[in-house]
Design a protein around this ligand. Structure first.
Ligand code: BG6
Length: 475
């Protein structure tokens, strides 16, 4: 097998990590705009923490509020990215730019015009837009008034927003990703679901209730979208990465199976249209009672996704008895340190073969086309005489792309494309700062937003340009 002729080579960003201008032209704050510099809020958050941060906001810096000023620089940025030869670009719409509180009936016209312009720019360079409808973002008003996705009414607000968007961009957009990494609602609930915890409640139940509402909103979006345009193609999007067993002890292997299914639960529902059998016992054990309406099961069953898109940064590792074992950070949570993986320049461990393993795992399970919509290396870069020699990133990309090519050629995986994450430097979610950089374009700006804001091509820019020109054969 070969990479398909229409293989999507591109890059990805999100609105909240790039746009900035969080109150411009009618926009109102989102959950992401409330995350302070070096944020620690990847942990479950309580309402009191948020209230305190907001009370003391004069002393805090909120990187989401200034981003990389993509709201004003998008034309130049897209022009620079077009020089890479990309044929696709994933970006997200800011819900709070279109529906500032989330409850408006009509979208903010200035906000809509901004996204029209982005799509026009992409069309100019023959770059296929791939839209994430909600990328870790919800209007702050919905967080405060409804505790975010915990409340079923938020499903209606979201579906109204998604419908407006799909009607507006009918015939201009084909690929839709209703939610970014839905599984993150379990790890970073404020970011993933706009949820604030409470001491007195079963917070895991709140997380799964929010997950149910997002799953429902996803299915309703598919249902409405297919009526608007039957050519629309919808994807689940999960933070993927196979969980390895720390040893071949059966208990460790079973622990890894359990950990994988916790993660895959969301895609399972979106692909198969029903809750997996194991959830019944799990919910009972954790005293979780999900409020479902009679029609929910039918809605989920009838509106499944067309493709499985995912982010991959690293594999994970687990054991039945983790006591005393060293852990490391990975995307959204901590995992056991895998002694077989080499030291990385990033705080996250690198495992390129893990990408091939994950591709096989997902295809074996779902039998749908796969799409890598995020992959990349986040670390510090040094700009010297206008140059960034990021050979560590080149090495990372080279090894990962090599493995995806092998997964297609030798394992026969139907892969739609590869989108590099943070193709232009942006604010990191876990570290709440730009100095954890991912891009092939360097943004001259520090964590507090100071700098010339000029864009520079890193060495990885030229590397990725070659990869795309050779259709992946240069790796
Ligand atoms: C993914 C998110 O989880 O990981 C992105 O979809 C995020 O929004 C990316 O930026 C990398 O993580 P981080 O924490 O380094 O920004």
């Amino acid at each position: 097998m070969k990479l398909s002729e229409d293989f999507l080579w591109g890059g990805a960003i999100s609105a909240s990590q790039t746009e900035g201008n969080y109150l411009a032209d009618g926009k109102r704050p989102s959950n992401f705009d409330q995350l302070p510099l070096n944020n620690q809020r990847l942990k479950p958050v309580f309402k009191e923490d948020n209230d305190n941060i907001l009370k003391n906001q004069k002393d805090e810096i909120f990187p989401g509020r200034f981003g990389i000023d993509f709201y004003h620089t998008y034309k130049k940025d897209i022009e620079l990215l077009s020089e890479l030869g990309i044929n696709s670009f994933r970006f997200s719409i800011s819900w709070s730019r279109l529906f500032p509180t989330g409850e408006e009936k009509e979208p903010n016209k200035v906000g809509l015009a901004f996204y029209d312009d982005i799509v026009t720019e992409l069309e100019k360079y023959k770059i296929e837009p791939i839209i994430t409808i909600s990328h870790f973002e919800i209007p702050m008003h919905l967080v405060e008034a409804y505790n975010g996705w915990e409340d079923r009414r938020v499903v209606d607000f979201y579906v109204h927003y998604a419908k407006c968007l799909m009607e507006h961009f009918n015939n201009r957009i084909k690929y839709w990703i209703p939610f970014n990494e839905m599984n993150m609602v379990l790890h970073i609930p404020f970011v993933g679901g706009g949820i604030q915890f409470s001491e007195k409640r079963n917070n895991l139940e709140i997380q799964y209730q929010a997950a149910h509402h997002q799953l429902l909103a996803n299915a309703l979006t598919v249902s409405i979208g297919k009526k608007i345009n039957s050519e629309f193609s919808f994807g689940t999007m999960l933070a993927a990465g196979k969980t390895y067993a720390y040893t071949c002890k059966p208990e460790d292997v079973f622990a890894s199976l359990k950990s994988d299914r916790d993660n895959l639960f969301f895609a399972d529902v979106q692909v198969f249209g029903e809750y997996p059998t194991y959830t019944e016992h799990f919910f009972e054990e954790k005293n979780i009672k999900i409020k479902m309406a009679v029609e929910d099961k039918k809605i989920l069953k009838e509106n499944t996704v067309d493709f499985v898109s995912f982010s991959y940064y690293s594999s994970a590792c687990t054991s039945a008895d983790e006591e005393g074992l060293e852990t490391v950070a990975t995307n959204g949570f901590n995992t056991l340190k895998n002694p077989y993986l080499p030291k990385s320049t990033s705080v996250w461990q690198n495992d390129p073969l893990g990408l091939r393993i994950t591709l096989n795992q997902l295809y074996d399970r779902y039998r749908l086309p796969l799409f890598i919509v995020e992959n990349g290396l986040g670390t510090q870069d040094i700009l010297e005489d206008g140059k960034v020699n990021d050979d560590y990133r080149i090495n990372y990309l080279n090894e990962h792309i090599k493995n995806l090519v092998l997964a297609v050629q030798q394992d026969g995986i139907p892969l739609m494309g590869y989108l590099m994450w943070g193709i232009i430097d942006l604010t990191s979610v876990s570290e709440g700062r730009i100095s954890k950089r991912y891009g092939v374009l360097y943004v001259d700006q520090d964590d507090e937003g100071h700098g010339s804001h000029e864009r520079y091509k890193k060495e990885s820019f030229y590397f990725y340009q070659k990869v795309i020109a050779s259709k992946g054969l240069s790796v």
